[in-house]
Design a protein around this ligand. Sequence first.
Ligand SMILES: [Zn+2]
Length: 322
Amino acid sequence: MDKTLDEPRGANPPVAFISHAACRLHQMSPGHPEQPARVSVIAEELRTRGLHDFLAHYEAPRATDDQLARAHPATYVEYIRAKAPAAGLEALDPDTAMCPDTLEAALRAAGANVLAVDLVMSGRARRAFCNVRPPGHHAERSRAMGFCFFNNVAVGAAHALERHGLERVAILDFDVHLGNGTEDIFRDDARVLLCSLYQYPLYPDMNPPSVPGRIVNCPLPGGSGSEAFRAAVTQHWLPALEAFAPQMIFVSAGFDAHASDPLAELELTTDDYAWITDTACAVADRHAGGRLVSTLEGGYDLAALAASGATHVERLMAGATS
Ligand SMILES: [Zn+2]
């Protein structure tokens, strides 16, 4: 039994907020939209709202090779380690590069998810938010792409399945881009229900078919807005979630579908992020004993990211003691 699981459970467990200083050091080219300030502005907005002190703060550990190996082949993990530069930038694809601090940040971002699962499974936290970067949902089993190196949410979900013996977990991905990496890793795993909603056409220019009861892909054209977003969740995600009855919910929380985001045109509002968070928490409460782990993915307008990310965490906190 992990040491973290031996500690007593609180009657009203808090929401865990997991991050690491290394997540603010990883930096790609100057002006890259996936920038260090992304994690800082969410934490700062939570302070402004007076919520920061009511979260249980944890420093993200490094994911171990064994934990990463549940989502990525050992040869891929070795490849990422070998590519880490001592100085300068090492480009892995046209928009994904490593600086000397990237490996540490990527290991902490994946490790945050492992800790989040342990905290939530042990009852020390009812829900958790991983305020980490680099993001993860584009990282396939053996391919870094789209600002992502290790698939953080996949590492967490695999930990819940393999270490904690869960039989059904659901991953809800509302980032504006398709989480092709998460789908690559879990497409053939019947223990995982993957619900995605994304703008299409848009990067990564993939629109794979849904698989009944296993993968629910909801492509939306640019300009769709709140009504279409909420309708897709209500009509497609929720019936699949009710039928699957997940024992734990994971959220790939990208905020780049916001109307202010420079990379996409899905035109959501901060209220939509409150709504989807409440919706996810309600599913977790109905089926999963409230267990929910959310992780930052995209979101590139800093003001919209701060407001949306903090609202997401605020809504995670709202039901935490109910
Ligand atoms: Zn995105």
